[in-house]
Design a protein around this ligand. Structure first.
Ligand code: NAD
Ligand code: TYD
Length: 358
């Protein structure tokens, strides 16, 4: 990362902001481009805004002129692409934004970066790192082997289909133009600064507010959970060491059923939070009708990144989950403003069909 001038798209979101906090001190200059959608939060980066080697630009990755201008003005040599519409439930309710940002936006960045790279004489050290997801591989049965880098793509939701489309474009830019691209596909992340709509923060905040805990279907769906700091260290490792054109799977070797996570969160909250409105918190667990097309199981085979690059996760899940619950308890000022009228509307629309809201 040393001496790199890095453009980070989506750096005001969950994973992007963790990456900026963890890694921007190692780069010569970090520029964040973020549209500050509902999921992007300027406050998350407030501690960095006064630093000379950091800037946050509010703008859309689909704005080709803006992207080209940033690349040229700042002499960017490295682009790490986190920006996306990222929530499966929202992609079911409104897929158009997912195609726009995830497909058209990624295409816009690739084109701008290609022209910039060509104009500079195709320097060897330039990199375009595309951050993607395990969801592009579809759903596993109980005894299927974990996804590897050669597993066929089989996306099932508008979110995962749009991410798959973006991965294919990145791959094509390497093969067709020789653009020095990298792709990482990672499993579900958890940790500080995750927007309240996602499973773990949603359950934490509902427990604090005494609201029902909506578990989709039978709660037996499995995700491979990874602490966000481990994801960020994997991205930095791939950026520093991988050969252009490579793809790496990243995961936690940590397959957990949704219902087990929700129960663990209830127990942690009972232990760590004071004066919960409903205790024990498990009384709030409510099974609700399933998400349409809900993938049953994800799991990542991380042999390649471990063997080639020496990366492996450092957090164990019990420690990471406890730290995350503690972070949401200690950072009410960060999440309270996010429970806005817009968010309440989203919540009611999504969950009213599934359960009697409290
Ligand atoms: P997030 O929703 O928390 O953040 C997305 C960020 O992108 C926000 O800051 C938002 O304002 C910004 N953004 C959205 N549309 C934009 C646009 N058109 N132009 C500029 N900025 C825009 O998402 P996240 O969970 O941090 O995920 C980051 C990336 O990692 C995504 O590409 C996602 O697909 C991928 N990923 C996420 C997970 C996970 O568990 N969260 C796992 C694997 C991969
Ligand atoms: P989520 O955090 O939305 O991530 P993803 O769908 O990308 O895996 O959901 C994680 C799992 O939790 C997923 O199987 C859906 C489930 N889930 C619930 O059971 N209830 C909820 O309210 C939410 C948001 C998710």
């Amino acid at each position: 990362m040393n001496n790199k001038i890095i453009l980070i798209t989506g750096g005001a979101g969950f994973i992007g902001s963790n990456f900026v906090h963890q890694w921007s001190k190692h780069s010569a200059k970090t520029i964040v481009l973020d549209a500050l959608t509902y999921a992007g939060n300027r406050a998350t980066l407030a501690d960095l805004e006064s630093q000379a080697n950091f800037s946050l630009i509010e703008g859309d990755i689909c704005d080709a002129q803006l992207v080209s201008q940033i690349l040229a003005e700042h002499h960017v040599d490295t682009l790490i692409h986190f920006a996306a519409e990222s929530h499966v439930d929202r992609s079911i309710a409104g897929p158009a934004a997912f195609v726009q940002t995830n497909v058209v936006g990624t295409f816009t960045l690739l084109e701008a970066f290609r022209h910039h790279w060509e104009a500079q004489g195709k320097p060897d050290h330039y990199r375009f790192l595309h951050v993607s997801t395990d969801e592009v591989f579809g759903s596993l049965g109980p005894n299927d082997p974990a996804f590897s880098e050669v597993t066929s793509y089989a996306p099932n939701s508008p979110y995962s289909a749009s991410k798959a489309g973006s991965d294919h474009l990145v791959r094509a830019y390497f093969h067709t133009y020789g653009l020095p691209t990298l792709i990482t596909n990672c499993s579900n992340n958890y940790g500080p600064y995750q927007f309240p709509e996602k499973l773990i923060p949603l359950m934490c905040l509902n427990i604090l507010l005494g609201k029902s805990l909506p578990v989709y279907g039978d709660g037996q769906n499995i995700r491979d959970w990874l602490h966000v700091e481990d994801h960020c260290s994997a991205i930095a490792t791939v950026l520093g060491q991988a050969q252009p054109g490579e793809t790496y799977n990243i995961g936690g070797n940590n397959q957990v059923k949704n219902i087990d996570i929700v129960e663990q969160l209830c127990d942690l909250m009972d232990e760590l939070a004071e004066n919960l409105p409903v205790s024990p918190a498990r009384k709030l667990i409510t099974f609700v009708p399933d998400r349409p097309g809900h993938d049953r199981r994800y799991a990542m085979d991380i042999t390649k990144i471990r063997n080639d690059l020496g990366w492996q996760p450092s957090y164990d899940f019990a420690t990471g989950l406890r730290q995350t619950v503690g972070w949401y308890l200690d950072n009410r000022d960060w999440w309270q403003p996010l429970l806005s009228e817009d968010y309440q509307r989203y919540y009611s629309e999504l969950y009213a069909e599934r359960m009697a809201l409290d």
